[in-house]
Design a protein around this ligand. Structure first.
Ligand code: PLP
Length: 292
């Protein structure tokens, strides 16, 4: 598997010049078409710790279209670890392309009911193994530590970082590495997940930094979408040639555009929006929905 960290660029987008807002996009989506942007960063230190503690296998959780599951499967291959994915819901007769790919990377898949999934229950089949557990989405201090390294690819000075928020791990990593004069704005892709502030704060160690999570752009909830979101993503692609995914980065760019129009950012702001990848998830949309 070829990961192309040297392909990461910062692309300027000239859509908001009139409002005196400079917008640049950190293209973590260019690392790999499937192993999406932030997941590799978040997994790195977990896998190192698993190796260092002599574990041979990792176990983690996700849904049928999970970027985290497929990235974990691929990354374990690179680290010479075996992997098991605990997948939410009944086993379908036909696996999603995401799960097929995870399987191709060598991951064993275990399907559990939504109720069992809520309790993070580990299937009996895995009970005897000496495995290393990684939280869903890589939430935790080591995930945030890995996400800090996203900022290594940023040389210019920005007033704000903007990112999509699922578990908040990436956002915490960004907060930990930015300077106190820089603000980190997170767009939650979950509906009314007001525990997020606490979960991010638990991973942040510079307590005086300015950050804010915005909860108004979930489009109905996790992996939900509307015609307006899809239209925005297609328009954004026409204008910038940058593809986004409907679960995370589409909502992020939509939100940032709206916030700019609402004068949320002071004139003269320089925004860095993190394109955290996730494009593989668009495969769950009906063909023809997106123009790319
Ligand atoms: C997982 C993911 C996120 C969310 O990252 P968290 O650290 O869980 O907040 C954002 N964007 C994409 C594309 C993702 O796959």
């Amino acid at each position: 598997m070829q990961l192309s960290f040297d392909q990461i660029t910062i692309d300027p987008v000239y859509l908001f010049e009139e409002r005196n807002i400079k917008l640049s996009i950190l293209r973590l989506d260019k690392i790999h078409p499937v192993i999406s942007g932030n997941k590799w960063f978040k997994l790195k230190y977990y896998l190192q710790e698993a190796k260092n503690s002599g574990k041979k296998m990792i176990v983690t959780f996700g849904g049928a279209w999970s970027n985290h599951i497929v990235a974990a499967a691929a990354a374990c291959g690179e680290y010479d670890l075996s992997s098991a994915g605990i997948i939410r819901g009944e086993e379908p007769s036909l696996l999603s392309p995401t799960l097929m790919q995870a399987k191709d990377y060598g991951m064993q898949l275990h399907f559990i009911s939504r109720e069992e999934y809520k309790d993070n229950s580990i299937p009996a089949a895995l009970g005897r193994e000496d495995y290393y557990l990684i939280n869903e989405g890589g939430y935790g201090p080591l995930g945030a530590q890995g996400a800090e390294e996203i900022t290594d690819y940023v040389k210019d000075d920005f007033t704000h970082y903007c990112c999509a928020v699922g578990t908040g791990t990436m956002m915490a990593g960004l907060i930990n590495r930015t300077r106190p004069t820089q603000q980190v704005i997170g767009i939650s892709v979950l509906r009314n997940n007001f525990q997020l502030e606490q979960e991010v704060a638990a991973l942040v160690h510079n307590k005086y930094h300015l950050w804010k999570i915005i909860h108004e752009y979930h489009f109905g909830g996790y992996a939900k979408h509307s015609a307006a979101l899809i239209e925005f993503m297609n328009d954004f692609y026409k204008q910038t040639s940058i593809p986004t995914d409907f679960v995370y980065t589409g909502k992020l760019f939509f939100a940032v555009s709206e916030l700019i129009k609402d004068n949320f950012f002071p004139a003269g702001s320089k925004l860095l929006v993190v394109h955290s990848g996730g494009l593989q998830g668009n495969r769950s949309l009906e063909k023809g929905t997106l123009i790319y």
